[in-house]
Design a protein around this ligand. Sequence first.
Ligand code: FRU
Length: 471
Amino acid sequence: IEKKSGEQYRPAYHFTPEKNWMNDPNGLVYFEGEYHLFYQYYPDDNIWGPMHWGHAISKDMVHWKRLPIALFPDKLGYIFSGSAVIDWNNTTGFGTKEKPAMVAIYTYHDMAGEKSGKIKYQTQAIAYSLDKGRTWVKYEKNPVLENPGIKDFRDPKVFWHQESNKWIMSLAVHDQINFYSSKNLKEWVLESEFGKNIGSHGGIWECPDLFPIKDSYGNTKWVLLVSLNPNGPQGGSATQYFIGDFNGSVFTSDDTKIRWLDYGADNYAGVTFSDIPKDDGRRILIGWMSNWQYSQAVPTYSWRSAMTLPRELLLSKNNNEYYIQSKPIDEIKNILTKSELITSKIHTVKTSSYLIEINKEIQDFKINLQNSTGDIFKIETKNGILITDRTKTGDNSFSEEFGAVHKSMELEKIFNVKIFVDNSSVEIFLNNGELVMTELIFPTNPLTEIYVNEAIKDYKLTPIKPIWKTN
Ligand code: FRU
């Protein structure tokens, strides 16, 4: 049977591979005017397979240029998720201080080893590039961190810890996080372990990210992101986070509260950029806009999976308790067109990619995104809880779990709403990102009809320009 292409679902303004399978963002790093997005990529099929690192670059994290594959699997295994850093002090000796190397730190997954019953099939390795990520040399003494005898041992996220003059690696180890340190990215020492008796379990912990972040008063906290699969708030995969302190060796969480970065079903394995210049100072995250429950079955065939919009993470307080706010990055204005104030209950948009904004306190609102074929995606808030319903939003036949109603935690009040709609996704930000829900949808035709209830007197509607020339 000839496969449908699913091209009608290709996002207009989210990153997608031109062809075939993509999952986690990897090696997010800024260097010499370019933001790099590497990603888990299988170039030969539209389902998960032997992992490579795909590559794209951008000047604004909104418009992307696809580049050739950066890292190919080899005899040590598939190239799983990991991070990239700029080695400014030339601790590795791979570059010079004048011309620092970009270093990728990734997991080798030895598939043959796994099949033959070996336990130690995941190890950590490094590779470097001296030409802005275009070509890579794998370190000849890989792996740099051997497996101690644990099945799930992966996804190294590395940063330079100025205070103790060493590199720190956060690593997912079954359902906890280990922290390692190194002077040169080649020899690693175990510093501490985190995650026993804390956080959400019931799944594997993956893709950690530890970083400092300042609130608006200049107080610094450390945040640890941990992706969990399965057992997220909507089932399947999701990302939790901890807020606490890090002393160069041990991370301590302030409390035992479980916090989710996104209450939707489709934001997983998100990590933040390394080496964003100090005078910018933002902490920016990109997530994989899918869920392991159905990612390999969604009705797109020529390509599979998109990335979320890049989000700036901010440290804020509510009732004296810290939380992480996720705001779409300011650069998104580069693709916004002229806004219109809509005052009618039903409005038809001319494009399938648009932004809906409400900037006032509002209670119990309803917004339905629909089309003439009868598909409907429902968004509503009830007593501060955000509820989405994609049970009748077109194709959900590919998975038992996909067509569902999703509910968030409760907000005290709602004072602003931003909804980014694309051909196959909806990203909802309430209160400047105090609450986020990211959801995939596969409507038969674009959802160009917007219905709002009486709670909404008016809203701002902004068509969004496609980032690809052919679309
Ligand atoms: C997360 C993940 C990672 C792993 C990668 C493999 O989605 O399972 O833990 O490195 O995907 O593609």
